[in-house]
Design a protein around this ligand. Structure first.
Ligand code: TYC
Length: 104
């Protein structure tokens, strides 16, 4: 923060007006051996706004590499997405795991 000398030798601190950016969170899907590929593609389209082609790429990345990023969001939005995905998967009796992780 900058300081401005006053005539009498005291200092005025500049008022901080910039806003800090909120911390961001990645939403990750984890691979498992049971959730059908088509179901994961539907989840990525329904909750992360991906088209079918992009959703298929992300699903295959998770399938091959064990995990993959669905998107980056503020804390509340990330946490809501995780809840929605897990709830939807359980309604369909799939063990699909979805977690959030703070970005650096
Ligand atoms: N591995 C699953 C299968 O072979 C597909 C899958 C992909 C499951 C991504 C979960 O997050 C996942 N049916």
């Amino acid at each position: 923060m900058t300081t401005t000398p006053k005539q009498d030798g005291a200092v005025l601190e500049a008022t901080r007006t910039e806003m800090r950016r909120p911390p961001l969170y990645k939403v990750l899907l984890l691979n498992d051996d049971f959730t059908p590929m088509d179901f994961v593609v539907i989840v990525l389209q329904k909750y992360f706004g991906m088209n079918r082609e992009r959703a298929t790429q992300v699903m295959l990345q998770v399938h091959r590499e064990g995990m993959g990023t669905c998107g980056v969001f503020t804390k509340d939005v990330a946490s809501t997405k995780v809840e929605q995905v897990v709830s939807y998967a359980r309604q369909h009796q799939h063990p699909l795991a979805c977690v959030m992780e703070e970005t650096e």
